[in-house]
Ligand binder design. Structure first.
Ligand SMILES: [Zn+2]
Length: 433
């Protein structure tokens, strides 16, 4: 396994944006972080708009994309582009960047939505090692990122990623465009549709839909670990004792990141043996397994770099389940982390990137029909044999078994999906072309 030099800053300059790594509505102390997207300065115009995607802030748009509307040839799906009036778009500064736009400016939402979507795609095209075409590229060259405040949702579909917001906090409108995790999650769905595609049968396996949600969450989680402030908060709050997430759920609040809190769950696939109703719930055992693999790989990198010792790991095994566990282990990690915080940071980035490239390669191997969580495990094991000669077989297989994956069978869908279900959403419908 080759790991990049995380100290190097030799990449070609990109276009700069200011993003909230964590929704400012979930965390009042959330601060903006400067990121560079892969597009060189000067290539992103007003909107923002670039070769792969563009943002519009429509005036007078009331119908969400994907809705079935009357048309000249009968009912059809309402699709981009928006050809009506638009609110004034953010324009780049003299250097081609968008960092002069403040959160209080009306153009900020559009800039944040564009920056979040593009940044997520950049991260994952890096893991795939190639451009990821849009699943709708037979119809549209570019993704339209659209703001629709009347929509209490965010959804991606044929040529669009549309974000609304919630009005449930009194007079305060909270747009999902400012929630990086939400935007990144939707881009995750687009990546899976492009790489794996749709099942041929409308009644696809529950695990296909659960996998989709899990993969979208992993896309968002690993993308958010590309914010320096997220990595730093995670390590500072835990002294790098991320193992604590596996064992003590209350520590998830230390993550300071909603995506990590969600991934650090203790759900088992056997809990769905009698059936399932929500693919979000059904996704949790798989996401939990992925998160535990990430932490175990991080642990291995700490050991490999001599930042923790095998004795610490042995002690962890011995004390597991005892009342002393968390205090003893935390004290050891506090001491070790204080010696070399930058080493811990690099080990975490190594684990993040190993996970990202493993997932990308594994997803390339999957087929949409009859997709199961066991197929995901088999693909990851195959990737690991190819890349590392099998260094992480025990970690991968062990964490899937811990979740009862490969042991339990998922039961049938128990009720019709509710309004929140993605399985029945516009996302999974392609227009009849
Ligand atoms: Zn989703």
């Amino acid at each position: 396994m080759h790991y990049p030099d995380y100290g190097a800053e030799d990449e070609a300059p990109g276009t700069r944006f200011l993003l909230f790594p964590q929704s400012p509505f979930l965390d009042a102390s959330a601060e903006l972080e400067l990121v560079e997207i892969s597009a060189p300065p000067g290539t992103i115009g007003p909107g923002p708009s670039g070769p792969r995607m563009y943002t519009v802030d429509p005036v007078g748009k009331t119908t969400p994309y994907g809705a079935i509307v009357p048309g000249p040839n009968g009912p059809g799906m309402y699709l981009p582009p928006w050809n009506g009036f638009i609110n004034p778009p953010p324009v780049p500064d003299e250097h081609g960047n968008f960092i002069h736009i403040a959160p209080s400016d009306p153009e900020f939402e559009a800039a944040h939505l564009f920056g979040s979507a593009h940044f997520t795609m950049d991260v994952w095209e890096g893991y795939f090692g190639r451009p990821i075409p849009w699943h709708f590229d037979a119809t549209f060259d570019r993704l339209e990122l659209s703001l629709l405040p009347s929509l209490d949702n965010a959804h991606i579909g044929w040529g669009f990623l549309e974000t609304g917001g919630t009005h449930e906090h009194g007079d305060e409108y909270r747009p999902y465009s400012l929630n990086f995790d939400v935007v990144a999650h939707e881009i995750g769905h687009a990546i899976i549709y492009s790489i794996i595609g749709l099942p041929s049968d409308e009644n696809a396996s529950g695990e296909y839909y659960g996998f989709h949600e899990s993969a979208a969450d992993m896309v968002a989680l690993l993308a958010s670990l590309h914010f320096g402030s997220v990595v730093e908060a995670l390590l500072e709050n835990t002294s790098g004792n991320l193992y604590t997430f596996n064992r003590l759920n209350r520590f998830a609040e230390l993550a300071g990141n909603a995506q990590i809190r969600m991934a650090a769950n203790d759900k088992l696939l056997s809990q769905f043996a009698r059936g399932w109703t929500s693919e979000h719930d059904l996704s949790e055992p798989l996401t939990g397994a992925m998160f535990d693999i990430l932490i175990d790989v991080f642990h291995e990198r700490l050991l490999a770099r001599g930042l923790i010792t095998p004795e610490i790991e042995d002690l962890s095994d011995q004390l597991e389940g005892t009342p002393d566990y968390s205090d003893v282990m935390q004290a050891l990690f506090d001491e070790r982390y204080a010696r070399n915080p930058d080493g811990f940071r690099i080990a975490l980035l190594e684990a993040r990137d190993l996970m990202g490239s493993y997932l990308a390669e594994a997803w390339e191997m999957l087929e949409p029909d009859d997709l199961s969580y066991s197929h995901v495990e088999e693909a990851l094991l195959a990737v690991d044999r190819e890349i590392s000669g099998g260094a992480f077989q025990r970690i991968i297989a062990g964490n899937f078994r811990m979740r009862d994956i490969g042991l339990a069978q998922v039961g049938p869908r128990l009720a019709d999906p509710d309004g929140d279900s993605h399985a029945a959403s516009v996302r999974t419908r392609a227009p009849n072309l």
